[in-house]
Design a protein around this ligand. Sequence first.
Ligand code: GDP
Ligand code: MG
Length: 278
Amino acid sequence: MSLFKRLLNAVKSGSTTESEWNEIRSNLIDSDLGVNLVDQLIAVAKKSKPNDAQSAITNEITSWLSTKSREITPGNAGLNPVLLVGINGTGKTTTTAKIANYLQQSKYKVMLAAADTFRAAAVEQLQSWGQRLDIPVIVGKPNSDPAALAFEATKAAIESNIDYLLIDTAGRLHTKVDLMDELQKVVRVIEKQSPIKEILLVIDATTGQNAIAQAKSFIALAQITGFVITKLDGSAKGGVALAIERESGLPIKFIGVGEAVGDLQPFNSADYIRSLLN
Ligand SMILES: Nc1nc2c(ncn2[C@@H]2O[C@H](COP(=O)(O)OP(=O)(O)O)[C@@H](O)[C@H]2O)c(=O)[nH]1
Ligand SMILES: [Mg+2]
């Protein structure tokens, strides 16, 4: 039974003991909701009557979620550059391929850019996705300047009348200052040619509360427009999705639910809350 469902049942039963409440509380904390939100939720639950517990909890959770658009389509006329950022291993390259596939299925013309130029394996990984999906991939020379690559890719995409250029970026540099400089340079060279449509921060759900810290650092570095939460398949850590929206006010646009290219879902907040409580 889901943790949130247990919370709901605790209110409905009307006879939950203090030690049962404590157990529910610690289980919710394990779901990576964060102590503050857990306590808020428990306070709402304890205050509500059995009959309106479901709507009180649903309303509370809903009030935490971003009200910004979760759609990345329709795109603008002309090119829509989309940057994927995040630390290594969160699923940026895989998510780049998944979103490319999603857009291609919606009949958009898509191109990929391998701006993680420092890791040969990362470039090859994106190239192999491009081959499988039959989507062109712009790559640079090994260790070339990511901003130069992003510039070339934007130019190529405009010349080929591409709708969406998805740019896979490097995850980790020696210092935060390097990362900031590089990201801002990439953004600048693209924007000289075309306004950026999205900067998506890719977050691994299994990293728990650390995800919140990652979100804060990247939001300070770049104009993040939304999140992709990956590895939600088989993870009990669903609370992080709620916590990250509550902390940032920014929307989750997609969730990753597996390693295959089809394992991507547009994030539907109402469905998500329903799945937590049912
Ligand atoms: N189970 C699961 N694995 C994922 C998901 N997204 C990515 N991965 C895996 O996570 C690992 C790192 O992904 P990658 O795209 O290379 O991360 P990057 O370093 O951020 O580019 C790979 O083994 C992916 O197959 C997901 O939604 N679910
Ligand atoms: Mg990668």
